[in-house]
Design a binder for this molecule. Structure first.
Ligand code: ATP
Ligand code: MG
Length: 489
């Protein structure tokens, strides 16, 4: 059963089957046409010979019975003895004078309607064959002529019967016969050649086909072997290519491209996991350190409260991180459901600014909220707040005490523009393209808290609202992040 699972074998078997059917059909048609042509020659010969005899006899009959020519003769050959004797007279004369019989190599026999043998010419044959009774041949009786094949002394003979009428009366039957032994032999030989050559040709074609198929499928075997070696741990392997541009080469190319993508996403998952563990490790280590310190010796209430405060801060950081991660995982799986409705951006930005007011004041930052326009957009309030919180959090985090932060809101005919600018540490120009990557943080930012997820989340939310987010920055001079969202019309 397993053997039939081979495509090569299945294709070869189908090929053999179709070839056998086609060759058999062709051979059958050829055999039939060949046989028809051979028998047609014999039949023609038998027919013309009988016709010649008939015409010659008619001439003699008319010569010897002038009244017949005038149409006055009313023959009743089967019943009239006189007619038979006159016919025999005519035949005797015809036999004597006519050379036709001597020339013919066919068996010719003339029989009266009462089965009386009138004449028999053996032609080139030793013995006369026994002609079957013509009255039993219903076709002959109906049409007045017919062909038959009989076997006489193990030899096949083709017979032709021809009814001769004078006016409408049947007078005699001319029978011609010839052996078709040679034809039969030729046909047997042809049949034998066909029987031998069809399986031979099919076998040879299958062997050649199998050889070429094996060659054609050879790359497939090496693809299968190589594919087995490629596992989750060894994704760097690639399938061998022939560069012939054929189907198998294209298959290998497509699978290789697929593996490139798989390798990339596997690497991304691996990086993601290692980044997550790294980000989780720091707050957990701080929490454990604090707990160890608290347990080592008896602590005063104030000291314990201070420790718990540190732990609370780290736990909040962990919660925020897990929250961010969950959002990203959901976004990757396209499972975030945005409840979009018409929302005024001032109603988003004001509460966001309010949430950070204490931090801004503590750090003595000069903060300006400038609403030039009051555009409305179609969006999810919760997620939009998260977007701007992430941006404002960055601005505050990366701006030193006494710095300056501004939020500007304006619109064009189609879009709303939200600019959050600061005069903080800034970003090196070559790093600007990377800041939206997950877990990416510039060297200058490492002194601050954070996992490097805020901008990535902001970009995800922005794009889900058909918006664009851009960063302009100069190292040491400050950063401006611009969010562009389509207006709600
Ligand atoms: P998280 O947002 O997860 O707490 P994070 O703030 O470090 O961490 P992102 O908000 O994604 O991460 O910012 C990525 C990096 O881009 C930051 O680490 C920082 O290097 C740079 N960056 C972002 N905003 C500013 C800014 N306003 N000024 C200077 N650098 C910035
Ligand atoms: Mg951030």
């Amino acid at each position: 059963m397993r053997r039939f699972q081979s495509v090569k074998l299945r294709l070869t078997l189908w090929y053999a089957f179709v070839l056998t059917v086609l060759l058999s059909l062709f051979a059958f048609l050829m055999y039939a046409e060949f046989a028809r042509a051979l028998y047609r020659d014999t039949d023609k010969n038998l027919f013309y010979q009988a016709l010649e005899v008939e015409q010659s006899l008619r001439r003699y009959w008319e010569k010897m019975n002038p009244s017949a020519k005038a149409g006055r003769l009313d023959l009743k050959p089967a019943s009239s003895l006189e007619t038979v004797s006159r016919l025999q007279e005519v035949l005797e004369k015809w036999k004597r004078e006519n050379r036709l019989l001597g020339r013919s190599n066919l068996m010719i026999r003339l029989e009266a309607m009462d089965h009386k043998r009138l004449l028999s010419n053996l032609g080139g044959w030793q013995r006369e064959i026994i002609f079957p009774d013509f009255e039993r041949d219903s076709f002959f009786m109906e049409k007045g002529e017919s062909f038959q094949i009989i076997h006489f002394q193990n030899q096949p003979f083709r017979l032709y019967y021809r009814l001769v009428r004078f006016r409408t009366e049947p007078v005699l039957v001319i029978q011609t016969a010839d052996s078709v032994q040679e034809i039969k032999r030729a046909l047997q030989r042809l049949g034998f050649i066909i029987l031998i050559s069809i399986p031979g040709a099919v076998g040879a074609a299958c062997m050649i086909g199998w050889f070429f198929m094996k060659r054609a499928f050879c790359p497939l075997d090496s693809i299968v072997r190589k594919a087995r070696e490629i596992t989750g741990d060894h994704l760097e392997g690639r399938l061998p290519r022939t560069y012939a541009g054929d189907e198998l080469d294209r298959l290998a190319e497509t699978l290789n491209e697929m593996m490139d993508r798989l390798e990339l996403s596997t690497r991304a998952i691996q990086d993601f996991s290692s980044n997550i563990s790294h980000e989780l490790k720091t707050p957990l280590a701080i929490i454990r350190g604090e707990i160890d310190l608290a347990l080592r010796k008896t602590r005063s209430n104030e000291e314990l409260i201070q420790t718990l405060g540190v732990i609370e801060g780290e736990v909040n950081e962990l919660i925020r991180l897990v929250d961010d991660l969950m959002l990203l995982v959901k976004s990757d799986a396209k499972q975030i459901h945005f409840e979009k409705r018409k929302v005024a951006l001032t109603d988003i930005l004001r509460p966001v600014a309010e949430r950070f007011r204490e931090r801004i004041q503590t750090r003595k930052i000069d903060f300006a909220l400038n609403f030039i326009d009051t555009p409305e957009v179609e969006g999810d309030e919760v997620y939009l707040k998260r977007l701007f919180s992430n941006l404002l959090d960055n601005a505050i985090k990366f701006t030193s005490e006494g710095g300056r932060i501004g939020i500007e809101l304006k619109k064009s005919s189609r879009n709303a523009y939200i600019k959050i600018s600061d005069n903080g540490i800034g970003i090196e120009p070559q790093m600007l393209t990377k800041v939206f990557s997950r877990f990416y943080r510039t060297d200058q930012a490492r002194a601050h808290e954070g996992a490097g997820l805020g901008l990535n989340i902001a970009k995800t939310i922005c794009e889900a609202h058909q918006g664009i987010i851009e960063v302009e920055s100069a190292l040491g001079a400050g950063t401006t992040v611009t969010v562009c969202l389509p207006l709600q019309h």
